[in-house]
Design a protein around this ligand. Structure first.
Ligand code: UD1
Length: 416
């Protein structure tokens, strides 16, 4: 299994390009199931999760033609409306095929994702929504079986704000008979990106980006070409990495438009952040100030940036209180950060971090995608060598991580 070796102490400086967003690309690729015409995506990030989903779609009979950052999917016929446990267990987002498959084929068999390192993460809201739209849904032998000759528009209300739940139901509603209204919808920018792609395929959607989305079903959708939005979490991760090293970086092909909460915290920590239309520049002070935060659905501070800010706080001046409100078990990085010398105390969903003047390199283990990113950030400032094991988590979500970090001056190497 690959490991990452980081020699800490380099100040990050320079420019890199940000990739397309993983969390936008995954639902977008699933949207191609809704039409029998070709759909082309550009700015597709080259990531393990994307490869897994493309394999799953190919297995369903979708033709996949990929060339670099461009992919054309053609679901002329869906030969198998099924997603097996083998694929869904490695990537929870595969549940996003459920809505499009039922809407297009009238049936679907999709494995339940099962447990996940950061919490239980059930899909009951996805199921409840499809049932409200008239689908007959059963759970048998670990699989969700959903059937409906034609989904019916309905008023849907999710018990909590769920990102993929909103996306699944929005896609399903595009081909339903009548009007669907999703209340308590997630407002993440990735939902707006998905809605704009669906609209360019002929869907009738309004309200994406607010907590009430209205979808008027149509009989069929057509092909389109869509550019995947920039990855706001990758952007935030490199901003944090530059910040902890006292660095100065310019990130290209990205946008500050979806990063207000993150940029605010970086400025509170003492960084200078300037934004252009498609670029963000950050200049960090010699030592950061600790910043407290609370994760919440968009537009508040994203749970996917919590671990990176914990790493930042570990070496900042002062102390910070972090509250995680989305996932019940998202502090696994804390014990690994402690191995590098961090001073962190966890009490339920709250973490208390007291900044220390230095961290020391050690061998640590990546436990999930964003936890791994926090270990990379800590490794960049730790004295000596940090070895991060199980970096397949990083490959799921960060395109060419070592290359991009090295371009900014980090001393980082992959050990196979
Ligand atoms: C998405 C993101 C993930 C991010 C998360 C929260 C993708 C591919 N992944 O995950 O990176 O961390 O949003 O911003 O976009 N819940 C239920 N029942 C459900 C659905 C959700 O109880 O049917 C709970 C979850 O356990 C969690 C909370 O709702 O506690 C939010 O989860 P959700 O927004 O659905 O996360 P994902 O869409 O899986």
């Amino acid at each position: 299994m690959d490991k990452l070796l980081i020699e800490g102490g380099s100040r990050l400086a320079g420019e890199i390009r940000i990739s397309g967003a993983k969390n936008a690309a995954l639902p977008l690729l699933c949207a191609a199931l809704l039409t029998d015409e070709p759909v082309t995506f550009t700015n597709l990030p080259r990531l393990k999760d994307i490869g897994t989903l493309l394999r799953l779609l190919a297995d369903m009979g979708v033709s996949v033609e990929q060339e670099g950052e461009r992919v054309t999917l053609h679901a002329a016929q869906i030969t198998k409306a099924e997603a097996s446990y083998e694929l869904v267990k490695t990537m929870r987002a595969a549940i996003l095929v459920l809505g499009p498959l039922v809407a297009r084929c009238g049936e679907a068999r999709v494995s339940l994702p099962g447990g996940c390192a950061i919490g239980a993460r059930p899909v009951d809201q996805h199921i409840k929504g499809l049932q409200a739209m008239g689908a007959e849904v059963t759970v048998e032998h670990g699989y969700v079986l959903a059937r409906s000759p034609r989904l019916q528009g309905a008023r849907l209300f999710t018990d909590m704000v769920t990102v993929t739940g909103t996306e699944n139901l929005m896609m399903a509603a595009c081909l339903a008979d009548g009007v669907t209204v999703i209340e308590n919808a997630a407002r993440e920018p990735e939902i707006v990106d998905l809605a704009s792609c669906l609209v360019s395929m002929g869907a009738r959607i309004s309200g994406a980006g607010t907590d009430v989305i209205r979808i008027e079903g149509v009989a069929r959708l057509h092909g389109t070409t869509h550019r995947v939005m920039p990855d706001r979490i990758e952007t935030g991760t490199y901003l944090c990495a530059a910040a902890v090293t006292g660095g100065e970086v310019r990130l290209l092909d990205t946008s500050s438009a979806y990063l207000d909460a993150v940029i605010d915290k970086l400025m509170d920590a003492g960084c200078e952040v300037t934004t252009e239309r498609h670029a963000i520049q950050l200049k960090a002070p010699a030592r950061l100030k600790a910043v407290s935060l609370r994760t919440s659905p968009y537009p508040a501070f994203p749970t996917d940036m919590q671990a990176q800010f914990m790493a930042l706080n570990c070496v900042a001046e002062g102390s910070a209180v972090i509250r995680e409100t989305i996932f019940e078990n998202r502090y696994m990085h804390a014990v690994e950060l402690q191995r590098l010398g961090a001073n962190i105390r966890i009490d339920g969903s709250t973490a208390f971090v007291n900044g220390v003047s230095r961290l020391q390199g050690a061998t640590v283990m990546a436990t999930d995608l964003r936890a791994s990113a926090s270990l990379v950030i800590a490794g960049l400032v730790a004295e000596g060598e940090t070895v991060i094991e199980r970096i397949y988590h990083l490959d799921r979500g960060y395109e060419q991580l070592e290359t991009k970090l090295a371009a900014l001056g980090a001393r980082v190497r992959r050990l196979s």
